[in-house]
Design a protein around this ligand. Structure first.
Ligand code: NAD
Length: 512
């Protein structure tokens, strides 16, 4: 590899420097302009700020060691409507719980009928760390998701924001890259607390974003409901608030969201897989796949692939892992996970029509396709050594480590890299943004038609770069992008991104 030319800092290995390896590899290969490289090596802005919210009073399970002291405490009867169960086992206490209540309390401890002993933890304000990284805007406004998760960090948001810069370029939508969120486990908050946190986050974020400046979207731990709250908080009191609808994407279709957006990331991944098979003169029907993550991306990709005739053999998520060698009925699993009020964690664990296996066993399942659609860094070197598939189709962001990549290449396992594999989401976000600007509403058929054409033509360009077969066909033109030698698919995707971004600097120049 050629020496890096633009870096002046000593390199400390972080998730960011690791994620930038492919950037440097592609930049070296195409001889990326030095100043452009410097512009892209670090984000334009890294915002860190804090949001505070008032947490309500909770009833938390009493430690086992203290329980013997309250053996004689009678049952208290509280109105169940006033107790909101949380996933950490506690209840958020609302005043209406006291309507017609019989309460027996000692030292702030109560016994809930049929549930056990609980300690009253008074409501208190809590501070959360929040982020928005704006990586690059050479091609258009910053664009990227909002993640609410306990394991986020500045470094992680830098990685994800940079990925958005590459992804928007690959999808050829007029955006740059951004990403942000809050360090919080949303499952430990009541719905009211989550709303208050979301509104406060936007209150702080408002000066930094806007429909022509930076446009958040859903990511892990956020959804269309959260986007609706962000929209309301941003537009509240604005004279021309309807013209600002495009400040967030991924909204409900009834308030300016696009048809097809919820399924778009899974749909885009399915189009890539379809194209991978088409290139081999085949179709996904009859293939078998395993999946990690059964959230928005994983469940939708699974439904669409199943409708194409592909068979789901195993799924792992945060709650457990299931396996059925005869195939899992995807719509039935979707209703087990999403239409079942007692399945509070929305997990595949416990699904009765499959075996429960250990998390690690997922990697041993013999199949054609592996779809990682959960968090990053899952396909490590040892995992890549183990898996028994022909194709890894990345739905998650950064699911394969650099070592994992090397092992996949060594074993001849093919790859659909994340930056094209999950670009369907941002592509339809762009359609949503245009519809908001034009005050239009397109049909799902129109959205999916455009998406299929966009994903498949960009996928073909990347494949041509990878094989060094410059071509101009009725659907795509890769002549400008091939580099005179073959490269792996991940590098090829980055080559396409960098060439498209570099063109902006070359043709528009630098602002001084
Ligand atoms: P989600 O929150 O809807 O679902 C996440 C899934 O991952 C859940 O099934 C959860 O149980 C599982 N999971 C979490 N931690 C896990 C662990 N440690 N082990 C196994 N499974 C685990 O999120 P999503 O929107 O489906 O996003 C999934 C991935 O796709 C993320 O990497 C995200 O950045 C990426 N992505 C999402 C979109 C989108 O439009 N939603 C677009 C591009 C990329």
């Amino acid at each position: 590899m050629t020496a890096r030319v633009a870096s002046t800092e000593p390199t400390r290995q972080t998730v960011y420097t690791e994620a930038m390896e492919v950037f440097h590899r592609a930049a070296d290969l195409i001889g990326l302009d030095r100043r452009v490289r410097m512009e892209l090596e670090e984000p334009d802005y890294e915002h860190i700020f804090y949001v505070t919210v008032k947490l309500h009073t909770r009833l938390s399970p009493l430690a086992t060691s203290e329980q013997s002291r309250y053996k004689d405490l009678p049952d208290s009867e509280l109105l169940p409507d006033g107790l909101e169960p949380l996933l950490d086992g506690s209840f958020v206490f609302k005043r209406r719980a006291l309507i017609n209540a019989n309460v027996f309390m000692r030292d702030g401890v109560v016994r809930l009928k049929g549930k056990g002993l609980y300690k009253v933890v008074p409501g208190r304000p809590e501070r959360f760390k929040a982020y928005r990284v704006q990586h690059n805007q050479a091609r258009g406004p910053y664009k990227g998701g909002t993640r609410f998760h306990q394991d986020v960090s500045l470094d992680l948001f830098k990685v994800l924001a940079a990925e958005m810069t590459w992804k928007t370029a690959i999808a050829d939508v007029p955006f740059g890259g951004g990403k942000g969120g809050i360090k919080v486990d949303p499952k430990t908050l009541s719905s009211e607390e989550l709303e208050a946190l979301t509104l406060r986050y936007m209150y702080r974020l408002k000066p930094l974003i806007g429909p022509n400046l930076d446009i958040p979207a859903p990511d892990v731990g956020t959804d269309g409901t959260i986007m609706g709250l962000l929209l309301r908080q941003f537009t509240d009191g604005e004279r021309e608030r309807h013209s600002l609808r495009g400040v967030v994407t991924g909204k409900d279709t009834r308030i300016g969201g696009s048809e097809g957006r919820v399924r778009a990331t899974g749909q885009g991944l399915a189009y890539c897989i379809q194209e991978w098979y088409a290139d081999r003169g085949s179709v996904p029907a009859g293939s078998r796949f395993v999946l990690q993550g059964f959230g928005n991306v994983g469940s939708n990709a699974a439904e669409i692939l199943a409708s194409m005739g592909s068979k789901l053999l195993a799924v792992n998520d945060a709650g457990g892992t299931i396996f059925n060698p005869n195939g899992i009925d995807v719509p039935d699993l979707v209703s087990y996970v999403y239409d079942n009020p007692s399945n509070m964690r929305r997990t595949v664990a416990g699904y009765p029509k499959a075996q429960q296996i250990s998390r690690n066993d997922l990697w041993d399942v013999d199949a054609d396709i592996l779809i990682p659609a959960a968090l990053g860094g899952e396909i490590t070197g040892p995992v890549a050594e183990r898996i028994k598939v022909t194709l890894v189709a990345e739905g998650a962001n950064g699911p394969t480590t650099p070592e994992g990549d090397r092992v996949l290449a060594k074993r001849g396992i093919e790859l659909i890299p994340d930056i094209i594999g999950n670009a369907g989401g941002v592509t339809v976000s762009y359609y949503e943004w245009i519809q908001n600007k034009r005050m239009e509403h397109w049909s799902e058929t129109e959205v999916n038609g455009r998406l299929e054409q966009a994903i498949k033509s960009n996928y073909r360009i990347i494949r041509d770069i990878s094989r060094n077969t410059p071509r101009r066909t009725a659907t795509h033109n890769s002549q400008r992008y091939c580099i005179g030698r073959e490269v792996d698919m991940r590098t090829a995707a980055m080559v396409l991104a960098l060439k498209r971004i570099e063109a902006h600097y070359q043709l528009e120049g630098f602002s001084q």
